[in-house]
Design a protein around this ligand. Sequence first.
Ligand code: SF4
Ligand code: SF4
Length: 313
Amino acid sequence: MVSLNTLLYLSMLPIYRSECRDGGRRTIHIEITNACNLECSNCTRFVGHHKHPFFMDSDTFIASAKSLEYFPGLIGIMGGEPTLHPHFAELMKIFKEIIPQPSRRALWTNGFRYKQHKEIIDDVFEPHNIIYNDHNPDVPDYHQPLLVASKDVVPDYAERKKLIDNCWVQRRWSASITPKGAFFCEVAAAQDHLFDGPGGWDLSSDWWDKRPEEFQDQVERYCHNCSACVPMNKVSAYDGFDYASPSNMSKLAELNTPRFRMGSVIEVTDELLCSSYDEATNVRPWEHRGLESRQWAEGLIVQDDVTPTATPS
Ligand code: SF4
Ligand code: SF4
């Protein structure tokens, strides 16, 4: 059972603010596809569960980029694996036109099709804003499972809400846009797609200018089905299994997702939980690649012999 005795109460941050990047400026992602050439365990985009991955159309991409024109942080092009998008080059040209400042553009990639798109990638992104992680199984990499529903393992609403308000993903990481709209959290966006949710907000020019009290609709809809907020041990990204608690297991069974059908989801309740929040703090789930991996990654040669700045994501 999780102990909340030592939990320091922190409230969620406004969407445009973050604890970790650029002195408090957040990254917001535009997810142009949730297809990927890899299938890591406990992927934040639930790759392997989608029968029909999405590929964002250009009108939605234009509306997405325009909605972030005045957002003060970094705008990331994200997947899945974004270079898999059949119109990747055209979208990146549009991106450069709408967001003319190079320092505001970033790309998250595992290096797939890097050589094919080298010219446009080098034109649109500064080397230090190409965030590369090839998920090479020779390098230790860990993911916190995301399908152990907090409502299944922390039944008390008030205690659960305290954990949700402290969620490290919301505090440190990213909001996002998918073809279904804008979301305060990228994991919420992925969950909405997986479980056929109602979608996100319209792409207004200020959707990202929301304070916590203004995005509780999404918090209530998604966070109680998610485990990022629950102190939990990380598992290897390469162990071949996702972990899900009973309520999410039932939903995966009902959807008969490809990964569920393959027997690649293990049902758990509190087996992976840490006994205290302090212990979980030591786990530091945002450091999913350790120091050793980071050192290994320096100077790493990407597929197709192209070398971007090696910044593990
Ligand atoms: S490379 Fe990234 S998006 Fe692709 S399966 Fe692995 S974690 Fe998911
Ligand atoms: S609990 Fe899940 S959905 Fe909610 S903020 Fe954290 S990562 Fe996002």
